[in-house]
Design a protein. Structure first.
Length: 202
């Protein structure tokens, strides 16, 4: 009998030690996917299982589910564009309450700045700008006018200040209705614009 035909009897402990030595070879460790890859594979598998579960109750399977999700996204976008814009335009009117003069609004702005309330200072100074334009006949007096309407109408009649008026309207809107923090420098730019417009002619 050839020596190669003699069965080799290896004990359990010896076999285990041999397997451990073999599997500890760096070639096996290098071949294993990284922890990130394993997590990514698990995440994809879970997502696919979720899709398959949802697709089973939607007519058309996966294709039907994709179409349904696209329709939902489209409806959300349309609602945001239409309702959001209308709500913003409706709420962003310049004046509320009793009518004050441009000088009254300037005093209110200066008092708010002195107290550190820059949001109120921005609001009152922009109102002073608008009221001043109305008092000088650049704009007609109209209640309910929005900041965007002010910037468009005044910019058309005072084209040299059109960009500055748009920037002022955006600042008023962002600070007062958007809740954005403002700075003293931004408020000072409104003051400078107010003074410049006070001497401007159509």
């Amino acid at each position: 009998m050839n020596n190669t035909d003699i069965p080799v009897d290896i004990g359990r402990d010896a076999a285990r030690d041999a397997a451990v030595r073999e599997l500890s070879d760096p070639a096996y460790q290098d071949a294993e996917p990284s922890l990130f890859v394993r997590f990514l594979n698990w995440l994809v598998n879970r997502f696919m299982a979720l899709l398959e579960g949802a697709a089973s109750v939607v007519p058309g399977g996966i294709a039907g589910l994709v179409i349904l999700l696209a329709l939902i996204v489209a409806v959300i976008v349309i609602i945001r564009l239409r309702v959001g814009k209308l709500a913003r335009s409706a709420s962003a009117s310049v004046f509320t309450g009793r009518k004050l003069t441009a000088a009254d609004h300037r005093r209110a702005a200066e008092a708010a700045e002195a107290e550190g309330d820059l949001a109120e200072a921005v609001r009152e100074r922009f109102r002073a700008i608008v009221r001043g334009l109305e008092e000088r006949g650049v704009l007609d007096e109209r209640s309910g006018r929005t900041v965007d309407e002010v910037a468009r109408a005044a910019g058309a009649r005072l084209p040299d200040y059109a960009n500055a008026l748009r920037a002022a309207a955006r600042l008023f809107d962002d600070v007062w209705y958007g809740g954005r923090e403002t700075t003293v420098d931004e408020y000072r730019r409104l003051v400078d614009l107010d003074l410049a417009l006070d001497g401007a002619r159509r």
